[in-house]
Design a binder for this molecule. Structure first.
Ligand code: ARG
Length: 459
């Protein structure tokens, strides 16, 4: 009968219940948030005359001792204590005696866990933003070297129009910027203190919620206690934000896997971030991007898991909610290591610009430019220009050359309105640099885009 809530019980909890009911083996990760929350709560209670100054001092000293015991590994985490909140309070009372029993005045584990978990998630929103910026910085370093490196831009995974490699990387910089914005907006929206909501309905004690909110770094105090103790939107948001970010990481990873193949040969991942085969001695496998692609799946799983946990809950707190933590912890850890290893893989990979350029000479990538030439310089309607270009492509196929290498007389035999100035339009490089519309691939535009992202991550 050593439970904190054992007053109304006449028999002890079964060990099976302890094992099933406990969250202590995972929620102990929140020990810092829990102790800081208790210190803020006690400080406020003293300020309001609910605790005296001696009691406050004892509680602060006691909690600091508990913190040290946890950090040195001395603290005994017992399943029978159920969760970290009760384990810490129990140890505090064992150290300081009666004052420890007053700490839980005007508080419930319902607002306590809401504070702890919310603060953990808010902190992770910020830390992940910083990690994304580091990744973007590394992508920018590579991109800046390749604003003129031609590669085939694709649609339907078919060669479409020539672009440069920096422009391609710029697409990912755009995605990661949006990810940062999502983490920022979740941070701002959820930076609201649950402390003082108590079990569900507030408390008759004369507490000061603004004071604890300020002590804990929250922007404001939540408005409705019933909602607050059961709200896990902040956890769902970080899971969604991480899921979307991992989807972006996964798309880039998929390209890295393809690009590392013999068929593409656009990049070679460094030995440091590649693995070998246990049977085929010649192999060098892109395990890092493959695993990043795979880990995206488990993060989605955590998001779907928590959405499902929440969907049928009546107000207010329900024990189901205890299932909110492990998925978030796992997703956060996955996000952190994924961002870091992707950054390293990109930093150390070798870009095979020559192969990219050769690939952009396959598939008649300047065909659209020939059609545009016919429209612009010869005054031919686009539909007709499209048809004439088709003929030029067919001729190139017959000659087994790329359209960019076709000789003028072949083109003039197809349509006599074509002049020598067409050849400039057919060059792959000119084709890329012709796309000067805002947001386009031309080297000048690409450089502007890189400057934009550099400026964005500066602070
Ligand atoms: N371990 C619980 C959780 O993580 C803490 C809140 C428990 N509250 C309660 N009334 N049983 O959700």
């Amino acid at each position: 009968m050593d439970k904190m809530w054992s007053g109304r019980f006449s028999a002890s909890a079964s060990t099976l219940l302890d094992k099933f009911n406990a969250s202590i083996m995972f929620d102990r990760k929140l020990y810092r948030e829990d102790i800081e929350g208790s210190i803020a709560h006690a400080t406020m209670l003293e300020n309001q005359g609910i605790l005296n100054s001696t009691e406050l001092l004892q509680i602060m000293d006691g909690l600091n001792q508990v913190l040290q015991e946890i950090e040195s590994g001395e603290f005994e985490w017992k399943i029978s204590d159920e969760d970290l909140h009760m384990a810490i309070e129990k140890r505090l009372t064992a150290i300081i005696g009666d004052a420890g029993k007053k700490l839980h005045t005007a508080r419930s584990r319902n607002d306590q866990v809401a504070v702890d978990f919310r603060r953990f998630v808010l902190r992770k929103n910020r830390e992940i933003i910083e990690a994304i910026k580091l990744l973007m910085r590394e992508i920018l370093v590579v991109a800046e070297k390749h604003t003129e490196t031609l590669m085939p831009g694709m649609t339907h995974l078919q060669h479409a129009q020539p672009i440069n490699f920096a422009f391609h990387l710029g697409a990912y910089l755009s995605m990661f910027k949006r990810d940062i914005e999502r983490f920022e907006s979740s941070y701002t929206r959820n930076n609201v203190s649950p402390l003082g909501c108590a079990a569900l309905a507030g408390t008759p004690h004369a507490i000061d919620r603004s004071m604890t909110a300020e002590l804990l770094g929250f922007d404001s105090v939540s408005v409705n206690c019933l909602d607050t103790v059961s709200d896990r939107d902040f956890a769902l948001e970080i899971l969604f934000n991480i899921s979307t970010m991992m989807m972006h990481i996964s798309r880039l990873s998929e390209e890295l896997v393809m690009w590392s193949s013999y068929e593409f040969g656009f990049v070679e991942l460094s030995d440091e971030y590649s693995t070998g085969s246990s049977i085929m001695p010649q192999k060098k496998n892109p395990d890092v991007p493959e695993l990043l692609r795979g880990k995206t799946g488990r993060v989605y799983g955590s998001l779907m898991g928590l959405l499902t946990v929440m969907k049928g809950l009546p107000l207010a707190y329900n024990k189901d909610t205890q299932e909110d933590k492990e998925g978030v912890f796992d997703a956060v850890e996955t996000a952190e290591i994924s961002l870091e290893i992707l950054k390293e893989a990109i930093k150390t990979m070798q870009v095979k610009a020559h192969n990219m350029k050769n690939a952009s000479k396959i598939g008649h990538l300047s065909a659209t430019d020939l059609a545009d030439y016919l429209v612009e310089k010869c005054g031919i309607p686009f539909r007709e220009a499209h048809f004439i270009t088709g003929k030029a492509v067919a001729k190139s196929e017959e000659l087994k050359i790329d359209l960019s290498d076709i000789e003028l007389h072949y083109l003039q035999a197809i349509d006599s309105r074509i002049n020598a100035d067409v050849l400039k339009f057919l060059s792959i490089e000119n084709s890329m640099n012709a796309r000067v519309s805002f947001g386009g691939t031309a080297t000048v535009r690409t450089k502007e885009q890189l400057d934009y992202f550099k400026n964005y991550i500066k602070d």
